[in-house]
Design a protein around this ligand. Structure first.
Ligand SMILES: Nc1ncnc2c1ncn2[C@@H]1O[C@H](COP(=O)(O)OP(=O)(O)O)[C@@H](O)[C@H]1O
Ligand SMILES: [Mg+2]
Length: 630
């Protein structure tokens, strides 16, 4: 690992090494350094300051990227060089009661505590693919969606917030620490050559304000974030609050915990579905496979397609079509946040089927599990499954003394037996969503199922994105269904349906939406909603009249498109290439407006008076003071 001296030498600026060392500036603190700090360190030449800030930005971008799961081949230096507008979820995490803490403790101890807290926050944030933009005293400013965007940045931020308020109090320090977290999502301008990853926009301000309003150990999110996380979490409505410095009252929610809603599709898309457009052939094919399966010739259907194309929707449609006939439906959901969690989709299915609640004791769970598995279980199955569900089988079902390998095999066999027992009673429709996020053990379980299915009245419908290559393709019982984009007419039908409550949209608008969204139903939905929302008065509905920030890339799309773009690398951010690569949707949002461009060629993006925005000045100054005195 390079040290600060090596880093400075690499830049030809080793003359400052001593000053950096004397001020305890190591590679970890570097990203938090400001131009003012550099001045204080004695870096008098503007050229040197620029060089250092640029190198710091590159370094920090590299760190943020390495933490993100989809590391692109892009050079972070280029990725941060241009100012760009993007949607960001900003998190502000603050230590509760740091002012009394600083009065009570001596500077050395305080520094130790804050250091431990910073390390904890950084580690957790990076684990969730976030980016620590800067430390502000005991506050930490974090971005989700920059430099690397993910389609689920709002969800990541929220999960991260929950992890932070849980973990900070567990830090082993002389004083028990507590954190509080505020999260908001919005369009911001990020990047520019230097400015320490400053971002321009109201979002960080809002996040910081929300945080001051939240209780210790709690996470509060803005409406903008809540819209993106849907029903993935349980919330407490804290009402609308007046925040200093922000006009009007803003609604906000305290996030309590991840919700029990198993299906990401339902959690994010809600239950009010429009009519299915097209997909007749796919449905017919699935119904034929279902007929075969019911006759005892078990089948596997693999539904593949890009995000938003309608995989989940197709499984829902099939489910609906066979609703009235006797069968058992089992649903399994993989999650991007549980890819290392063994048997996660199976655990979720069993917990829901058994009807566990949060309040259930181990005994109650055991009773429910026994009722569920009943006579299909062999001795030992219930012990194994109780253990898999992380509760004790007690005296009735004591844990089996087996090697881990053997235990896994027996657990998988028990799961398969459960399926067989169900299938003996009536045909089973097994829906397995999002295989691209499956954990290795579940995959083994699925291998066994696919093998066994030929002799059972079971139809397994599994969905996945094209990057996942299912190993079962080619088997006689396996059917592959690749979902294509909707045709123009189908796209237009979808637009009409979605806009039906505002009457007919003008034909040129419909065309424009169909054109921009390239037949991806999710994009059609989002863009149509955005048009309808912005043009409450129908006569004024016009794409060009709507400000690009609210229309061109609706919030829900923004993240997933940017996620893809980031993976393509910085060159793809060139607007022309963007246009060619993924249609015109992004153009307006990615292209800096002329005013910004002018600004960005001079000083790049105008730095926000960010510190002034946060109510942190007192603590911050104190902290800086301590640093200087050390
Ligand atoms: N054929 C269709 N007709 C109407 N709406 C659709 C169709 N396909 C998808 N949708 C809608 O588009 C959105 C994205 O579809 P979804 O099934 O979640 O995609 P995927 O699972 O492939 O990511 C959902 O709101 C869904 O209801
Ligand atoms: Mg889906």
């Amino acid at each position: 690992m390079m040290d600060i001296g090596g880093w400075l030498r690499g830049l030809g600026l080793d003359r400052y090494e001593q000053a950096f060392r004397e001020n305890e500036i190591n590679l970890r603190v570097l990203p938090a350094l400001t131009a003012d700090d550099l001045k204080e360190l004695g870096v008098a030449a503007i050229g040197h300051r620029r060089l250092l800030l640029k190198a710091i930005a590159d370094l920090a971008a590299g760190v943020g990227r390495a933490a993100a799961e989809d590391v692109p081949a892009a050079s972070p230096a280029n990725a941060t060089a241009e100012a760009e507008r993007r949607q960001l979820t900003v998190m502000f995490c603050d230590l509760v009661g740091s002012t009394p803490l600083s009065a009570r403790l001596d500077p050395e101890d305080l520094r130790g505590i804050i250091g431990a807290y910073h390390r904890c926050v950084t580690e957790i944030v990076e684990g969730f693919g976030g980016f620590v933009a800067r430390y502000m005293g005991d506050g930490v400013l974090v971005y989700f969606g920059y430099p690397q965007a993910h389609e689920d940045d709002a969800e990541r931020a929220t999960r991260c917030g929950l992890a932070l308020v849980e973990r900070v109090p567990q830090l082993d320090q002389a004083e028990e620490l507590h954190a509080r977290v505020g999260i908001a999502t919005g369009l911001v301008v990020v990047g520019g050559e230097v400015v320490e990853h400053d971002i321009a926009g109201d979002t960080p301000n809002l996040a910081a304000r929300l945080q001051t309003f939240s209780e210790p150990d709690s996470v509060v999110i803005a409406a903008s974030t809540r819209r993106l996380t849907g029903e993935l979490f349980e919330y407490r409505d804290v009402g609308k609050i007046k925040l200093k410095g922000i006009p009007g009252r803003v609604p906000e929610w305290q996030v309590l915990r991840p919700s029990g809603v198993a299906s990401r599709f339902e959690a994010l898309r809600g239950s009010a579905l429009t009519r299915l457009v097209g997909r007749d052939e796919e449905i017919d094919l699935l119904l034929r496979r279902w007929a075969r399966a019911k006759a005892g010739d078990g089948q596997v259907a693999l539904v593949s397609g890009e995000p938003g194309i309608g995989k989940s929707r197709l499984t829902a449609a099939l489910s609906q079509r066979i609703e009235s006939k006797p069968h058992t439906r089992l649903r399994y959901f993989c999650s991007p946040h549980h890819q290392d969690s063994a048997l996660y989709p199976f655990i979720g299915q069993l917990e829901r089927a058994a009807g566990f609640t949060r309040e259930d004791t181990a005994t109650m769970k055991l009773d429910k599990l026994e009722a569920l598995l009943g006579d299909g279980a062999e001795p030992g199955d219930i012990s194994l499954i109780a253990e898999m569900l992380s509760f004790s089988g007690g005296e009735r079902f004591p844990p089996l003394d087996l090697s881990p390998q053997r235990k896994k095999e027996r657990t998988l066999a028990a799961l398969l037996r459960q399926l067989q027992a169900l299938a003996r009673r009536q045909p089973v429709l097994m829906i397995f969503e999002d295989l691209h996020w499956i954990d290795p053990t579940s995959r083994e379980a699925l291998d066994l199922t696919v093998e066994k299915i030929t002799e059972l009245p079971v139809l397994l419908v599994a969905t996945h994105r094209p990057e996942f290559q299912p190993p079962w393709v080619g088997g006689s019982q396996v059917t592959v269904i690749a979902l294509n984009r909707l045709g123009r007419n189908e796209g237009a039908t979808l637009v009409h349906q979605l806009a039906s409550n505002v009457g007919a949209l003008p034909p040129d608008i419909v065309d424009e939406i169909v054109e921009r969204t390239d037949g991806v139903p999710l994009f059609v939905e989002e863009l149509t909603k955005a048009v309808v929302e912005t043009g409450a008065d129908r006569s004024s509905v016009s794409i060009s009249a709507v400000p690009p920030s609210s229309l061109a890339v609706p919030a829900t799309l923004h993240a997933s498109l940017l996620g893809r773009l980031d993976r393509l690398g910085p060159a793809a951010k060139n607007v022309a290439q963007v246009g060619a690569a993924i249609g015109r949707v992004l153009g307006a949002a990615c292209a800096p407006k002329p005013a910004e461009q002018a600004e960005s060629t001079g000083t790049r993006v105008k730095p926000m008076p960010q510190r002034a925005l946060y109510d942190k000045v007192a603590t911050l100054t104190k902290f800086v003071q301590y640093r200087k005195n050390l």
